[in-house]
Write a protein that binds this ligand. Structure first.
Ligand code: C2E
Ligand code: MG
Ligand code: MG
Ligand code: MG
Length: 274
C-alpha cells in the first residue's frame, strides 16, 4: 500500500513527520538563542483558597518572547527542550529565577511558589546538589516552595522516583503531583508517594457542569486526596458555576482563569500585595 504518489495517506504521514522534525529542529535552534539572548521569563498564576478567596501562592510558568515580540507557548517548546536535553539548562534557570523572585517578594509579603519539574530534570543527577546549593545561596524557606511533578513522569521507574521524592522532601521542599488523573497511576502507589498535594488536571473540570461523570471524578479525587491527608488544587476553573461545584465538593485551592490568568511579576504585586 505504501505508494509514493501521495494517494494512499502513507506518504502524507511521512511528510508530516518530516515537517514536524524540521519544526523541532527550528525550535531547538531558537531555544538555544533564547537562553543566550535572555528571551525567557516567568509569569505567575495565583492559586486562590476556596470559600475565602485569598491568594495562597502562585505557580511559575515559563514564557518565551521571540525577538519579533511573539510569544511561544511552553506546550510547544518544553517537549522540544525535554527531548534535546536543553530542559536541564532551562529548568535550572527557572529555579534560580523563581527563587530570586521569592526572595524579593518575601521582603514585602511572603508568597509560596510552585515550580514545574520536567521528567529529565527530575531524574538528572545534578538536581539535588543544585537545589541544596540554592538553599544556601538564597534566603528561601523550602516549605514555601512546591515542586510539581507530573503523574505520568512518576510512572516510569517508580521505585527510583519515590527515592528521589524522598530526597527532595528531606531538603524541605513541598511536592505536588501535577495533571493528576491523566497518568494512570495506581492507587496503591499513591500512598507511597511522599507528596503534599494533588493537582486535578483541567481536563476533568472543563465540562463539569454538563458531564455527570466528570463531576463524580472530581469529587472522588478531592475525597481521595483528603482521605490520604493531601491537599488538592483544582486547575482550569474558568466559570462561577465550575467554582461553585468545586467548592461544594470540598476542594482546597483553585487555579484558573476565573480568578486569574498567569500574570507578570509587576501585576502580581499590584493586584495582590497590600
Ligand atoms: P501545567 O503545569 O499544568 O500548568 C497549568 C497550565 O494551564 C498553564 O499553561 C496555565 O496557563 C493553564 N491554565 C491555568 N488555568 C487555566 C484555565 O482556567 N483555562 C485554561 N484553558 N488554561 C489554564 P501554560 O503556562 O501554557 O503551561 C503549559 C504547561 O507547560 C504547564 O502545564 C507545564 O506542564 C509546562 N510548563 C510551564 N512552565 C514550565 C516550566 O518552567 N518548566 C517545565 N518543566 N514545564 C513548564
Ligand atoms: Mg504545573
Ligand atoms: Mg497541571
Ligand atoms: Mg498541564
Amino acid at each position: 500500500r505504501a505508494r509514493s504518489d501521495g494517494g494512499d495517506g502513507v506518504v502524507h504521514y511521512c511528510d508530516s513527520i518530516h515537517a514536524r522534525e524540521q519544526t523541532w529542529v527550528a525550535i531547538e535552534r531558537g531555544l538555544r538563542e533564547a537562553i543566550e539572548k535572555q528571551q525567557l521569563f516567568l509569569m505567575y498564576q495565583p492559586k486562590i483558597s476556596a470559600h475565602q478567596h485569598r491568594i495562597t501562592g502562585v505557580e511559575a510558568l515559563i514564557r518565551w518572547r521571540r525577538e519579533d515580540g511573539s510569544l511561544v507557548s511552553p506546550a510547544e517548546f518544553i517537549p522540544v527542550a525535554e527531548r534535546s536535553g536543553l530542559i536541564v539548562t532551562i529548568g535550572e534557570w527557572v529555579l534560580h529565577e523563581a527563587f530570586r523572585q521569592y526572595e524579593t517578594w518575601s521582603q514585602q509579603q511572603p508568597l509560596s511558589i510552585a515550580i514545574n519539574l520536567s521528567a529529565r530534570q527530575f531524574r538528572h543527577p545534578g538536581l539535588l546538589p543544585m537545589l541544596s546549593e540554592c538553599l544556601h545561596y538564597y534566603a528561601i524557606n523550602p516549605n514555601d516552595i512546591e515542586l510539581e511533578i507530573t503523574e505520568s513522569l512518576l510512572m516510569q521507574d517508580m521505585e527510583k522516583a519515590i527515592a528521589l521524592m524522598h530526597e527532595l522532601k528531606a531538603l524541605g521542599f513541598r511536592l505536588a503531583i501535577d495533571d493528576f488523573g491523566t497518568g494512570y497511576s495506581s492507587l496503591s502507589y499513591l500512598k507511597r508517594f511522599p507528596i503534599d498535594r494533588l493537582k486535578i488536571d483541567r481536563a476533568f473540570v472543563k465540562d463539569i457542569q454538563n458531564n455527570e461523570q466528570d463531576r463524580t471524578l472530581v469529587k472522588a479525587i478531592i475525597d481521595l486526596a483528603h482521605n490520604l491527608d493531601l491537599g488538592v488544587v483544582t486547575e482550569g476553573v474558568e466559570t462561577a458555576d465550575q467554582l461553585a461545584l468545586v467548592e461544594q465538593f470540598g476542594g482546597d485551592d483553585i487555579q484558573g482563569f476565573f480568578f486569574s490568568k498567569p500574570l507578570t511579576q509587576e501585576e502580581i504585586q499590584r493586584q495582590y500585595f497590600n
